[in-house]
Write a protein that binds this ligand. Sequence first.
Ligand code: SF4
Length: 377
Amino acid sequence: MHPTDRLQGETPERLAERFGPALTLPEARRIIAHVVQRGGDSLLGVQQLRTTARKAVEAELPIGQVSVIERRASQEDPFIKFAVGLPDGAVVETVRIPLERAGRFVVCVSSQVGCAMGCTFCATGTMGLSRNLEAWEIVEQVRLVATELRASGEGRVHGVVFQGMGEPLHNLDNVLQALEMISNPCGLAVDARNVTICTVGIVPGIDRLASMRTRIRLGISVTSAQTMLRRSLVPMEGKYPIREVVEAAKRFHERSGRLVMFAYALMGGVNTTDAEAEALAELLKLMPARLSLIDWNPIAGLPYRPPTDSERDRFHDRLAGMGVPVIRRYSGGKDIGAACGQLATASTRKSRPRPDRPGAPDSVASDATPGKSSDTA
Ligand code: SF4
């Protein structure tokens, strides 16, 4: 079964527009608050909803169901990674990331099943693209973490980062639709300023975001500032060279006023050379930027390694010495398959989705740009 429209993908405004006189806007707001905010699995519990309105919505837009196939809590740090089963049997990853401020969490979501970008250092890149996620499937990843946090009393979802499986700008319509619900006060009520879309650099997608004058943040995965090296690591370099990507990011910054985050996954002996540091410093002179360095997380079968301490320090110090605003970010969850795509691959192999609702307690077990592995877009 391919998942199509589900209730969680529709904001109250879209819902009311879709059903016309059959559903008022206040009714639509009550429906979405009941399902998305309170986790209701039926419309029977919605207060002040006419029977005719309820039946009209039930007939056309069922409540979508995903399942938690696996829930892995890190023993080293408070990261939790979920393998989320979708109705067609596909599995994607969602990560719950604690921020320094107690009780606040960021959810790292997937936007596609697999990825078409083919980055050679990424587990998801080895899968190829199966399909785009529907808007409601993206919303559900945030909702399952929000539901679990509420049930445990641990806190709330403060931000969302599109840095899981997939290239969000390659599924931008559905990502933007999901964002409407994620930031809607009747939905998940996450401030759009705390949402980050991370990309390897799809220039038309960046320009589309720029034209929207959105409040979200943009993150760019650089990987290398040298054309030939980047081309060997990020095939999209052939279509959208990093210099054009940075120029598009500059347009985004100028229109939105939002600072662009540049992420750089350090692979020892590959992109940690002095020549690379110099090329990177030169590239980032094109616009106001902040750069995060993060160790690449090992993935079995891939011919890369994390940097040594001295490689990391030297690279950082050279950049800082050339005036680049650079920080080192901690990559958490190493013991739970921190690199994007590892848990989903393993879970797809060993399990099928269960029909239970997300966030069920018996399921198996930053700022808003968190310290998760940046070996994803
Ligand atoms: S790094 Fe991001 S864009 Fe590249 S293959 Fe992995 S998920 Fe796709």
